[in-house]
Design a protein around this ligand. Structure first.
Ligand code: FAD
Length: 623
């Protein structure tokens, strides 16, 4: 039976993210041509246009996708004579998405797209993932592929491929991972060889490529055989077919616990014709752009899982009774449900803040590039962009990390709240559990996000050490001037995070520098930062920082979400109890994480992390 819901209009928490203030900021950075293409003469019109489009997306998700999701979960795709054959239901989902024009959302109007700010595109990811993760992987992210070609490709590549993505004629893939290399990209073996006509020939194997059957693949590969530096990586656009023949092969499609309707392909490139995107040796930089946006996209997928599993849990808990009342009224279940709601809303506040900044960065960079505005206006844009970029660099690994680690916990909660039924395939929670497992893996695992987070944390401290010292030691003074007790609690939470970083710095310096430092003395803190800054890259033993990277990511995510939900609650009073609960729930978590960072586990340090000699000795003595 077809369901009739609307995943946008049934969720005021999304609508609130498209505040008029945000729309004003976006509208102010549109060019006249962009305004004209949308027919929007003011920021209110602009908002209305996008809200109408969100209604259409929400209806597609709540009707077509929601009705078909369980069929998609059960119909496997097949590889027949080297071609992926998609089941009927996926084909129907994709066809209807194209009919509503969803695939062209973020592409510029010059190429036939709608020029949607990333904020709206990301929101559509959330809604689509809430309905059907498999379909999401078949429709959601081809705009990002077009964006990379648009930003870095030649005019020929742009004109040939982007309009075809915009009109839904073709789709694509992004080929990084190889059978022996995923996280450590420099170690990949695939390479290109330049030909006399300027094209390249690509050789190598790629693994786990989503939609590897798409008509083009953006392939990351070295510019010569045997290289292992990030600086020799190129980005190639490789068409799947040339003159009707395979240009590269689909060697295999993976069987997986979830995402049954998405083709995860092993690809074989053997003398495959490729076109260089941008400049030789800049591939890693270009791919980082694509990956950063994709990581925010994955955080929105996590939001979709969290929304779906929270709703499933809540609905079931109010229908099911035990001891004469709905299980939602039993204290432990009531608390679990409320905490899911609180975490979901705080996470959404941060994710949409990040997507909004990403949208502003795209628009701002276009204006700077065109140089058509007065210099004073360009300077203003440039200065704002610096701030947005800094914040986005900080938040991207955090939301990817949190989404990956926590959406699975939401799905698991849904299983638990459904009791025995949760463990059966007749009910949806076990399916969500399977669907959520991938979020911590693709687009950079949680561990890789944690490493990026600690790197960014250290970099931003070194760029502005005084600010760090003030935030660490001056929080009490700042708190005195702060009227809102919730904001005072936030300052304290930020201080706890900073002190955890100080603790890691002290561990790094241990045995390196004589004398005692006090974490309470500004002069000592500054001296420590001075010692650590230029030396950090030279430290042979970064273990204390690497060991605690996950904890640092968790702490920094909590601090960032606290700020985001408090700020959202300032313009919407109904969020105030949510912000208060978030603060009271997560202050002890921060304290615990800091205590774990402070502690030293000698056995672990010496025996487990120790060198192979120590390990061998330990193994011998334990017989
Ligand atoms: C369904 C699916 C779809 C995918 N889609 C795509 C796609 O479209 N394109 C694409 O290119 N790839 C894709 N991938 C691949 C995915 O991005 C990789 O699997 C992922 O990046 C991890 O790489 P790996 O599997 O080689 O694991 P490894 O890099 O071998 O890592 C294994 C484990 O070790 C940890 N680890 C590695 N290095 C470190 C370190 N320095 N510190 C701490 N821990 C570390 C990792 O976090 C992980 O837990 C997909 C994978 C799946 C399953």
């Amino acid at each position: 039976m077809k369901t009739k819901q609307n995943f946008f209009s049934d969720n005021p928490d999304i609508d609130r993210q498209f505040s008029q203030k945000r729309m004003n900021e976006l509208f102010a950075w549109l060019s006249d041509a962009e305004k004209e293409a949308l027919g929007a003469t003011n920021a209110e019109d602009y908002r209305k246009t996008w809200i109408d489009i969100m209604q259409v997306v929400g209806e597609y998700c709540g009707t077509t996708l929601e009705s078909n999701a369980q069929k998609v979960a059960k119909e496997d795709l097949k590889l027949v004579n080297g071609e992926v054959v998609f089941p009927k239901t996926i084909q129907e989902n994709v066809r209807i998405f194209k009919e509503v024009g969803g695939h062209a959302m973020s592409i510029r109007t010059e190429f036939g797209g709608m020029n949607a700010p990333f904020l709206f595109e990301a929101s559509s990811f959330e809604q689509i993932y809430r309905a059907c993760p498999s379909t999401a992987l078949n429709i959601c992210w081809f705009g990002s592929i077009a964006a990379i070609i648009d930003q870095f490709g030649s005019d020929e590549l742009k004109n040939e491929w982007i309009p075809k993505i915009a009109n839904g004629e073709i789709s694509g893939s992004m080929s990084l991972t190889e059978p022996d290399v995923g996280s450590d990209l420099a170690g990949m073996r695939t390479y290109g060889e330049q030909q006399a006509d300027g094209t390249w020939r690509i050789f190598g194997n790629k693994q786990f490529i989503s939609n590897g059957c798409g008509e083009i693949s953006l392939v990351l590969a070295h510019n010569k055989k045997g290289s292992n530096s990030l600086r020799t990586l190129n980005l190639y656009l490789v068409p799947r077919k040339l003159n009707g023949k395979n240009n590269f092969e689909i060697a295999k499609i993976e069987e997986k616990p979830g995402l049954h309707g998405s083709a995860t392909c092993a690809l074989k490139f053997d003398n495959s014709v490729g076109y260089l995107v941008g400049q030789d040796g800049h591939g890693f930089h270009y791919m980082s752009h694509l990956m950063n946006e994709a990581r925010i996209g994955v955080a929105f997928q996590a939001l979709g899982v969290m929304e779906a599993t929270y709703r499933l849990s809540k609905n079931y808990a109010w229908q099911r009774e035990s001891w004469g009342k709905p299980i939602a009224k039993h204290e432990m279940i009531a608390e679990r449900l409320f905490d899911m709601e609180v975490e979901l809303k705080a996470f959404r506040s941060l994710c949409y803040r990040a997507a909004h900044y990403a949208s502003l960065i795209t628009l701002g960079e276009r204006r700077l590039h065109e140089k058509q505005l007065p210099q004073a206006k360009l300077d203003e844009i440039e200065s704002k962009l610096r701030y947005y970029k800094k914040k986005l660099r900080e938040w991207t690994p955090l939301i990817k990390w949190w989404g990956g680690e926590r959406s699975y916990v939401f799905a698991r909660n849904a299983v638990q709240i459904h009791g025995g039924y949760g463990f059966t395939t007749e009910y949806k929670p076990e399916w969500w559990l399977r669907e959520s497992l991938i979020i911590s893996i693709y687009e950079g695992t949680s561990e890789i996000q944690a490493l990026m987070c600690i790197k960014d944390t250290v970099k931003s401290i070194m760029t502005n050490p005084m600010e760090f010292v003030e935030n660490t030691l001056g929080s009490r003074v700042m708190a005195l001037g702060e009227k809102d007790w919730l904001m005072r609690r936030f300052l304290k939470m930020r201080q706890t995070f900073n002190l955890a970083i100080v603790s890691i710095f002290f561990k790094l310096l241990k045995n390196k520098v004589k004398g005692n430092f006090s974490a309470n003395q500004p002069a000592d803190l500054l001296k420590m930062l001075k010692l650590i800054g230029p030396e950090l890259v030279k430290f042979e033993d970064l273990s204390p920082a690497l060991l605690h990277a996950g904890r640092v990511a968790e702490m920094r995510s909590i601090v960032a979400m606290t700020y985001a939900i408090i700020k959202d609650s300032e313009s919407d009073e109904s969020l105030r109890p949510i912000a208060e609960r978030f603060v009271s729930r997560y202050t002890p978590v921060l304290n615990l994480l800091k205590t774990q960072i402070d502690g030293d586990d000698e056995y672990f340090q010496e025996q487990v992390l120790g060198d192979s000699e120590t390990l061998a000795k330990a193994a011998n003595t334990k017989g």
